[in-house]
Unconditional design. Structure first.
Length: 53
């Protein structure tokens, strides 16, 4: 939110970095979502194994 507000207050900077920035953010968020998904899967598998032992 803070970063977004700063970028909105700097339209020239935002326009200059919009394409590369959006590409970077999309890649970053997709990797974060994949990591969180893997973390949830691993945690659920470990929890199931511990729970049913």
């Amino acid at each position: 939110v803070i970063l977004g507000g700063y970028l909105h207050r700097s339209p020239i900077f935002f326009n200059a970095c919009s394409v590369s920035g959006l590409t970077w953010w999309m890649t970053f968020w997709s990797s974060v979502e994949d990591a969180e998904r893997r973390h949830r899967e691993v945690r659920s598998v470990l929890f199931d194994q511990v729970w049913f032992v």
